[in-house]
Design a protein around this ligand. Structure first.
Ligand code: GLN
Length: 248
């Protein structure tokens, strides 16, 4: 039987708009396929050995929470997160978590939050907040054109820019995405996936959830041949009705 261990980083501080739903979606879609899942919460002052985990998740937070955890990150976790990303662990970062994985975040008040530096990305705080429902397309997702569309909700003032070697997660179809300027949304580097989408992201987008589960299983079980399909009728109806509503 396959087993996955998920690490939820700073669940008490970085959990905006139900980001925890991403952990629930990953766990449920595994359980429905008889894949065992253990979730471990890691917060301030807790040990973090990335080797123990198959999927690592860091959700969104306000500038305030981001500035609280930066001291804890500096005590060793940042270095281990960099190693996890480089080792190809499956990592999901949402909004504030996405920003923190980058090099720095200069807030709109001019203060600079030092970040982890795992990804060549950086964030500048803007004057206005970028808020609303978001739709973006991801070429790598399986399925028809509709299933390549990811739906979510964004609320950030930070504008994020991608450096060389970091690909966007998708192209914005509706909404602002990383910065409201270059048409990109999120980031992919190795097996690290980032997005501005709350909502939460994964329950609304089962194809993306399965993509991450597949990567984690391939990392752990080289003979893994693919996920069994699930009856996604309700998920598809919910997803497709949002796409229709937002793009009409
Ligand atoms: N504090 C960040 C910003 O406003 C991230 C907010 C969030 O995670 N929703 O840009």
């Amino acid at each position: 039987m396959y087993e996955l261990t998920i690490c939820h980083l700073y669940p008490d501080l970085m959990n905006l708009y139900g980001d925890r739903g991403n952990i629930i979606a990953l766990s449920r879609r595994c359980h429905w396929r008889d894949i065992d899942v253990k979730v471990v919460k890691v917060s301030i002052n807790d040990e973090f050995q990335y080797e123990d985990y198959d999927i690592i998740f860091l959700g969104g937070g306000q500038d305030y929470e981001q500035s609280i955890i930066k001291d804890d990150l500096a005590k060793g976790k940042a270095q281990r997160i960099i190693e996890a990303v480089e080792a190809g662990k499956v990592f999901l970062g949402i909004c504030g978590g996405f920003q923190l994985l980058g090099k720095y975040y200069k807030t709109h008040t001019g203060s600079e939050i030092e970040c982890i530096g795992a990804l060549d990305i950086w964030t500048h705080g803007g004057e206005t907040r970028l808020i609303g429902n978001l739709v973006f397309s991801c070429d790598f997702l399986k399925g028809d054109e509709n299933q390549k569309l990811v739906v979510g909700f964004e609320n950030h003032s930070g504008k994020t820019y991608l450096g060389e070697g970091v690909k966007p997660l998708g192209k914005v179809v509706k909404g602002f995405g990383n910065n409201g300027e270059d048409g990109f949304e999120g980031a992919i580097y190795k097996n690290t996936y980032c997005s501005y989408s709350h909502g939460s992201l994964l329950p609304k987008n089962p194809a993306l959830t399965d993509h991450l589960i597949t990567l984690a299983l391939l990392n752990k079980y080289p003979d893994f041949t693919g996920l069994s399909p699930l009856d996604d009728n309700f998920e598809k109806l919910a997803h497709d009705s949002m796409v229709k509503k937002l793009l009409s």
